[in-house]
Design a protein around this ligand. Structure first.
Ligand code: MTE
Length: 331
């Protein structure tokens, strides 16, 4: 991505801002939340605080136990990336531009109460609370390759269900051609919202047929546990055949529209980040090759880079969506 330096408007919090006081307050919040019965979410945010140091685990929630998926392509036998890496090497610019920033800073994100507004060209617009969303369909485990446009990748056991389940419920109108995903932009809890790197909120979009593809996942957890804040709690999108930035975190609005949404990175640097952003080893980023990737957890000086696969290896499942399209033009 565009990694902006301090000069460009980022100023990272000093390390002494992460104080034991905050940890103490977090524990107190946890006690409160336990009393109100949302212990799972609270434990997740506690895991956020501790992720870098000792990788505390938020614990399983029954709703997120997740049966294995039958969706073609939704499971890979590749070695899973360690929980510690998935939760401490992140992109979540609302919490800072460095990979470690989200794990350090995202404890301020307040994930309860939470709701997602579904609006635009649909027969049944509605505001779904997180609880409604969790119950809307059966949670499954999907083991997906996760490829960032920057050239690194992971293998993540997400928990969730196909976005299409929600789309079917709200009944899009005939004119709905695209789906826009708007994520939270709360300067009170997200210290880097307002930084000049992006025009906030972080917005992403899919064409309707992409959004309806069964591999497009609405995710609530990983490793059978609630999503840690830095991974996009409490609900995020995962589109495994596209570069990671298409997978918006901490969703608050899903809007059905007849126009291609203006997406955050595309607005920031249109020559570098296209609307489609399908993983494609043959189309380089203007500033670097996309032919290979580094699997997180396999680094070390001599670790070999892996060859990046067309559509991140999901070509048999999604290739048809792009039949006849010039993928160099529609990158
Ligand atoms: N969503 C929001 N709201 N803000 C972000 O900065 N970063 C994107 C995407 N979703 C981002 C976001 C990018 S660039 C990537 S690679 C993935 O989240 C990273 O997901 P991960 O940190 O869970 O691996």
């Amino acid at each position: 991505m565009l990694i902006k330096s301090h000069k460009d408007g980022f100023s990272h919090p000093a390390s002494n801002e992460i104080t034991p006081q905050r940890v103490y307050e977090g524990r107190r919040d946890l006690m409160k939340l336990m009393a109100t019965g949302v212990a799972g979410a609270a434990m997740a945010s506690m895991a956020v605080r501790d992720a870098r140091a000792q990788v505390a685990r938020p614990g399983k929630l029954a709703a997120l136990a997740g049966a294995k998926s039958n969706v073609p392509g939704a499971v890979t036998m590749e070695k899973l990336t360690a929980y510690k890496d998935i939760t401490s090497y992140n992109n979540f610019y609302e919490f800072g531009a460095d990979k470690g920033d989200p794990a350090e800073n995202a404890h301020t994100l307040k994930t309860t109460p939470w709701s997602v507004e579904v609006e635009g060209l649909v027969k049944k617009p509605a505001r779904y609370t997180l609880e409604d969303l969790l119950k809307l369909s059966t949670q499954e485990e999907r083991i997906y390759r996760h490829r960032c446009v920057e050239g690194w990748s992971m293998v993540i056991p997400w928990v969730g269900y196909s976005l299409s389940e929600l789309i079917k419920k709200v009944e899009p109108l005939g004119g709905a051609k695209y789906v826009e995903f708007v994520t939270l932009d709360d300067p009170k809890t997200m210290p880097f919202v307002g930084s000049r790197v992006l025009d906030w909120p972080y917005v992403e979009g899919l064409r309707m047929d992409e959004a309806l593809h069964p591999l497009a996942l609405l995710s609530f957890g990983l490793y059978g546990e609630v999503l840690p804040n830095q991974d996009g709690a409490p609900v995020r999108l995962v589109v495994p055949w596209k570069y990671g930035f298409k997978s918006g975190k901490s969703l608050v609005k899903i809007r059905f529209t007849d126009k291609q949404p203006a997406t955050a990175w595309n607005k920031a640097a249109p020559a570098e980040y296209g609307f489609y952003s399908n993983v494609n080893p043959d189309v380089d980023h203007p500033r670097w090759s996309q032919a290979t990737e580094r699997r997180i957890g396999e680094d070390g000086l001599f670790a070999k880079r892996r060859k990046t696969l067309m559509f991140n290896g999901y070509e048999p499942q999604v290739g048809q969506l792009y039949a006849g399209m010039d993928l160099k033009k529609y990158f």
